[in-house]
Design a binder for this molecule. Structure first.
Ligand code: IVH
Length: 702
C-alpha cells in the first residue's frame, strides 16, 4: 500500500486509531511544508495541495475532537514551534460539544434532558429553560484567576492538558487582569479567543503588501497568533475573547446560566451575543433562525448556536458522556455546497479490511477551504447516487466536517461514462473482497497477508490512545514494514537491538538523523510498561474502542485474568460468557469479536511475543479516584424516587463503578427501588449487599 491510500480514506470512515495516526502524519507533513515555506521560502507543494492537507486535518479533528494534537496544524500558522510552551493540566477537563444538524436533533436533545431528570420526566408541564448563544469559531482557552488576579491561561490542548499561554493572553484587551467585582478566590473562566473580520482582513492586506503568504481564515489566524512565542506579536493581532463557561471554582458560581453571564459581565468579560433564554425547542429554533439570518452582519465568524440547560444544578446532574456534556449541544449551520468534477474513485483499505471508496475531486473552494477529496462511504452509497468517474458532482461541507458528495449533475455527465464497478478484490493484496449479509462494508479477506491491513494495525497499535509512541507515524511504520524491520507489534520493541546488529543502521539512511533515531528508540523504551486498558485498545479488536477496552480492563484487572476469562468464555454456555455479556455495553456482537480474537492462535502468539517484551500493568481506575464504589459492580432494580435510572447509572459510572444488568455472585451492590422483583430476590438468596435508594444516595454523596 502507498502513502496515498490512507490519505484517500474519507475522514468519517476512519477508525479512531486511523484518525489518530492520520492526524500525526498530517501534523508532521504540514509542519514540514510550513518550514519549507516560512523558513526556507521554498514551498514544497502547491497552495491547493497544502490547503487540502489542512482541510483534511481540520475535518478529522472535527470528527475526533478528542484526538486533536497539541501540535495540531489547526492551532498553528506558520512554523511557530509548539514545544516552546509549558504544559498545563486542566483541573477540570475542557469538554467539547455534541452537534445537532437539524430541528429534529434539537428536539431530541430537549427530550433527552427531560427524560434524564426525574422531575422533568414526571411532570411534562415543568419548564426547562435553555440559554442559546452563538457558537464562536475560535479556539478555547481557560483563564485561571486566584484572588481576583489572572494567574494562568491555558489552551484546550487535548482537553486534559493544554499549553501555558499566560503571557500571550495578558495582551488581550478583553481579558481583565484583575476582576472588577467580588469573585470566588479560585475561578477558571473559559471562553473563546477569536479575531474580528476587520482585523483579519487588515492583517492579510499587510501581508499581501509584504509579499507574504495569506492566512486562510480568522480562526486559524487567531490560533496562530495566540501561540506565538513572542507575546508582542500576539499583542499586535488584536485578539478578542468571549467568556462562556467555567472550570475549577472555589465556590458555586451561580444558579443559572443567565446569572453566570451577568456575573461575567460585572467582572469585566465580554459574553457571546446575541444570546437568548429560551423556554422550548420552538423558541430555541426561532433564535437559531434569527442568528442564521443576521450572521453575515456579525463582525466575527460563528458556526452555529450553542444551547445550554439554564439551571446549573441540572447541568451538574446531567454530567457528561465521554467528552460531551449532556446539558449542552451545538446546533451547526447548514453545509455549504459547490460543484466540481469527480476525477477518480479510489479505494482505501482499513485496519479491519474494509474497502472504502473515496472521490478524488478537481480541487475547489467551498466556504473558504479547498476541497480535493470527499467521502463516498461504501458500495451502496455509490450505487444509490449512481456516482461515476468523470461526473460533475455537488459536494458539501457542513461546518468543519468532511466533505460529502450530495448528488450528480446528470445533464453534465460525459457521454461515455460507465457505472462504477466496485472491486471484488483487495486493491492492495489481491485477495478476494467479500461483503457479508447485513454488512455495509466489503472486506478484504487477505487478513494477515494483506500489507495494507498489517500497516493499519501497526499504526493503530502505536497511536496516541494505544501505545502512544511518538515518532512512529504512518511514514515510519510504512518504512519499517517495507524494509521488513517490523511485521508484528513485538518487532517494535526489538527495533533498537535489530538496528544495532544491522549492516546498515537507521541513522545515516535517507530521512533518518541521529537525533530522530535516538528519540524514537527512547520513545519506544518509554512504552515498555503500559496500562491494561491501553494495551487492550492497542490490540485493535473489532468493536473494541477505548471505552470498551477500559471496561474490560476494569472488569478483569490483569491481562492474565482477561486471557483466562476469554478462554473460559469460548464456551457460550459458560458462566464466564454470561458474565462477559452482562457487562453493560458489551453485547453478544462485541463478545463475538472479542472471543474471536482470543480464539485465534496467531493472536495468542502476538500476545505472548509482546508480553515477553513488555510489562502490562494491572488496571488502576484513575478517573474516579478512590470513591467508595470505584471498581465495584452495581445493579439497579425497581423504580427510584429521586433519580431516573439513566441518572443513577451515569452517576455510578462517573464514580468508577460498573453497572450490570443482572445480579450474580460478582455483584457488589444491589440498589433496590420500589416494586423490585426477581433481582432483589436473587440478591437476597445470594447474600449480596442490598441498599435502599436513600442508602445508595448516602454512599455516593448525593
Ligand atoms: S460551551 C462543556 N459555548 O465550541 C462545553 N462553547 O464544539 C463548554 N464554543 O470547545 C463549551 N462558542 O471551544 C460553549 N458559546 C459557546 C461556544 C463554545 C464556541 C466552542 C468551544 C467548544 C467548542 C465545541
Amino acid at each position: 500500500m502507498t502513502d496515498e491510500t490512507l490519505r484517500d480514506k474519507p475522514a468519517d470512515s476512519l477508525s479512531e486509531a486511523e484518525a489518530e495516526a492520520e492526524l500525526a502524519a498530517l501534523a508532521a507533513e504540514i509542519a514540514a511544508h510550513d518550514e519549507a515555506y516560512f523558513q526556507h521560502d521554498a514551498p514544497s507543494v502547491s497552495d491547493a495541495e497544502y490547503d487540502a492537507l489542512r482541510l483534511r486535518n481540520q475535518a478529522i479533528e472535527a470528527l475526533f475532537p478528542a484526538l486533536k494534537r497539541d501540535d495540531s496544524p489547526s492551532e498553528r500558522v506558520g512554523a511557530a514551534p509548539s514545544s516552546g510552551f509549558g504544559k498545563v493540566q486542566h483541573a477540570v477537563p475542557m469538554l467539547s460539544l455534541a452537534n445537532a444538524f437539524d430541528d429534529q436533533d434539537v428536539e431530541d436533545f430537549v427530550a433527552s434532558v427531560r427524560s434524564f431528570i426525574k422531575e422533568l420526566r414526571d411532570d411534562p408541564d415543568m419548564p426547562i429553560a435553555f440559554m442559546a448563544e452563538p457558537k464562536i469559531d475560535g479556539l478555547s482557552c481557560s483563564l485561571r484567576y486566584e484572588n481576583g488576579r489572572l494567574a494562568q491561561a491555558a489552551t484546550r490542548g487535548d482537553g486534559r492538558e493544554g499549553e501555558d499561554v499566560t503571557a500571550n493572553i495578558r495582551t488581550l484587551k478583553d481579558v481583565p487582569e484583575q476582576l472588577s467585582a467580588e469573585a470566588p478566590s479560585v475561578l477558571e473562566v473559559r471562553g473563546e479567543v477569536y479575531m474580528l473580520h476587520s482585523d483579519f482582513a487588515a492583517l492579510n492586506k499587510d501581508r499581501e503588501g509584504a509579499g507574504l503568504p495569506l492566512y486562510i481564515n480568522p480562526r486559524n489566524t487567531a490560533a496562530g497568533s495566540l501561540r506565538q512565542l513572542d507575546p508582542t506579536i500576539t499583542a499586535e493581532r488584536n485578539l478578542k475573547f468571549f467568556a462562556y463557561a467555567w472550570g475549577e471554582v472555589s465556590e458555586p458560581i451561580a444558579a443559572t446560566m443567565a446569572e453566570f453571564r451577568d456575573k461575567l459581565r460585572r467582572w469585566g468579560f465580554q459574553t457571546n451575543e446575541p444570546a437568548r433564554l429560551c423556554q422550548s425547542a420552538q423558541e430555541m429554533l426561532a433564535h437559531y433562525r434569527t442568528i442564521a439570518e443576521t450572521r453575515v452582519d456579525l463582525p466575527f465568524d460563528i458556526d452555529g448556536v450553542v444551547y445550554k440547560v439554564d439551571r446549573i444544578d441540572w447541568q451538574d446532574r446531567l454530567g457528561a458522556v465521554s467528552r460531551h456534556p449532556r446539558w449542552a449541544i451545538a446546533h451547526k449551520f447548514p453545509a455549504e455546497q459547490a460543484q466540481t468534477r469527480l476525477e477518480k474513485i479510489t479505494i482505501q483499505v482499513g485496519r479491519t479490511g474494509a474497502l472504502t471508496p473515496v472521490a478524488n475531486l478537481e480541487p475547489i473552494t467551498v466556504g473558504g477551504v479547498v476541497v480535493a477529496r470527499a467521502t463516498l462511504h461504501n458500495q451502496d452509497e455509490i450505487a444509490r447516487k449512481d456516482i461515476r468517474e468523470g461526473d460533475m458532482v455537488v459536494i458539501q461541507r457542513a461546518g468543519d466536517v468532511i466533505p460529502q458528495v450530495v448528488s450528480v449533475v446528470l445533464d453534465q455527465r460525459p457521454a461515455d461514462s460507465k457505472p462504477f464497478v466496485f472491486p471484488d478484490h483487495c486493491p492492495e493484496c489481491g485477495s478476494l473482497a467479500i461483503r457479508e449479509a447485513g454488512e455495509a462494508a466489503t472486506r478484504c479477506t487477505g487478513g494477515l497477508i494483506c500489507p495494507a491491513q498489517a500497516v493499519e494495525r501497526l499504526r493503530h497499535f502505536v497511536s496516541r490512545d494505544a501505545f502512544d509512541i511518538e515518532g512512529l507515524g504512518y511514514k515510519q511504520i510504512k518504512y519499517f514494514f517495507d524494509e521488513k524491520m517490523i511485521a508484528s507489534p513485538g518487532d517494535i520493541f526489538r527495533l533498537a537491538q535489530t538496528d544495532e546488529a544491522a549492516e546498515e543502521p537507521l541513522s545515516g539512511r535517507k530521512g533518518w538523523g541521529e537525533t530522530s533515531v535516538s528519540n524514537l528508540f527512547a520513545a519506544i523504551e518509554a512504552r515498555r510498561t503500559i496500562g491494561l486498558d491501553r494495551f487492550v485498545y492497542a490490540l485493535g479488536i473489532r468493536q473494541v474502542g477505548e471505552a470498551t477496552a477500559r471496561l474490560l480492563a476494569r472488569t478483569y484487572g490483569t491481562l492474565d485474568a482477561l486471557g483466562e476469562a476469554m478462554d473460559a468464555a469460548q464456551d457460550r454456555e459458560s458462566e464466564a460468557y454470561a458474565s462477559l455479556i452482562d457487562i453493560d455495553q458489551i453485547g453478544p456482537s462485541v463478545a463475538d469479536d472479542l472471543l474471536g480474537f482470543f480464539a485465534e492462535p496467531h493472536n495468542r502468539e502476538i500476545l505472548r511475543d509482546l508480553t515477553d517484551q513488555i510489562t502490562v500493568e494491572p488496571f488502576i481506575g484513575t478517573d474516579a479516584g478512590d470513591s467508595e464504589i470505584s471498581g465495584k459492580t452495581v445493579v439497579f432494580t425497581g423504580s427510584l424516587e429521586q433519580m431516573t435510572r439513566s441518572e443513577a447509572k451515569a452517576r455510578a459510572e462517573s464514580l468508577g463503578a460498573k453497572v450490570a444488568g443482572s445480579v450474580s455472585k460478582k455483584t457488589d451492590y444491589v440498589v433496590v427501588g420500589a416494586d423490585a422483583g426477581s433481582k432483589a430476590k436473587k440478591a437476597q438468596e445470594l447474600g449480596l449487599t442490598t441498599l435502599t435508594e436513600a442508602e445508595w444516595l448516602a454512599l455516593v454523596g448525593a
